[in-house]
Design a protein around this ligand. Structure first.
Ligand code: SAH
Length: 205
């Protein structure tokens, strides 16, 4: 693990790396600047598949560039291409993550979301609970047994606290017979970003 103790994004990566193997299917609900998409692409390796969503052109461009600089050639989907085919490679989807279930070709082993606004992008274009919650609900239902869903939650911007509260309620209500749920937060910085990770331990939701 690199970085300081409180870098929750690194902890999220660490916890996803424990369960993802080459060949797996993984999902990035918020491509943003592409850091998580590239991280997942490396975990699933050349035989695996990553599906990444974003609604902002700048985010998809930044993600595409980051992947290309790393030697990957993502497939870009801007039209009605749902559902995607289960095949090795990276699919960048220009659609809201609330449409996850329509697009996914199989059960993912990992799902990641980095909420809030795009650093360097439009700060008014934030993730909102109206779409975040349907996406998390679909992700939890679709997740493969043993798979993990990791969400980094940001509170410091307008609307962040409301979304954070809704995300916490969602995870707190997941059936304990089917999911283990962990929250990591910086106890002496209440406004700091925090991480929630759910593992699907068994069964159908
Ligand atoms: N706060 C993080 C980065 C978050 S990026 C950090 O500081 O590192 C969040 C991304 O979610 C943005 O690129 C934004 O365009 C995207 N987004 C917002 N609503 C979305 C939706 N409904 N579906 C998919 N992506 C969405």
């Amino acid at each position: 693990m690199t970085g300081s103790l409180t870098r929750i994004v690194s902890w999220g990566h660490e916890l996803l790396a424990e369960v993802v193997c080459p060949g797996d299917l993984a999902v990035d609900l918020t491509a943003g600047n592409g850091h998580d998409t590239l991280f997942l692409a490396r975990l699933v390796a050349a035989s695996g598949q990553v599906v990444a969503f974003d609604v902002q052109a700048t985010a998809l461009e930044n993600t595409c560039r980051r992947l290309q600089e790393a030697g990957c050639q993502p497939r870009l989907h801007t039209g009605a291409e749902a559902p995607l085919t289960r095949q090795a490679g990276i699919d960048l989807v220009a659609a809201g993550h609330e449409r996850l279930a329509e697009y996914l070709p199989a059960a993912p082993r990992a799902v990641v979301a980095n909420l809030g606004y795009l650093p360097g992008g439009d700060p008014r274009l934030i993730t909102r609970s109206e779409s975040t919650l349907p996406a998390l609900d679909q992700a939890s239902r679709l997740l493969a047994a043993g798979g993990r869903l990791a969400v980094a939650v940001y509170l410091g911007h307008p609307g962040g606290q409301e979304e954070g509260d809704a995300v916490c309620r969602f995870f707190a209500e997941l059936d304990e017979g089917i999911f283990q749920v962990l929250q990591m937060k910086v106890m002496n910085r209440p406004q700091a970003p925090f991480l929630v990770v759910a593992e699907r331990t068994a069964g159908k939701v």
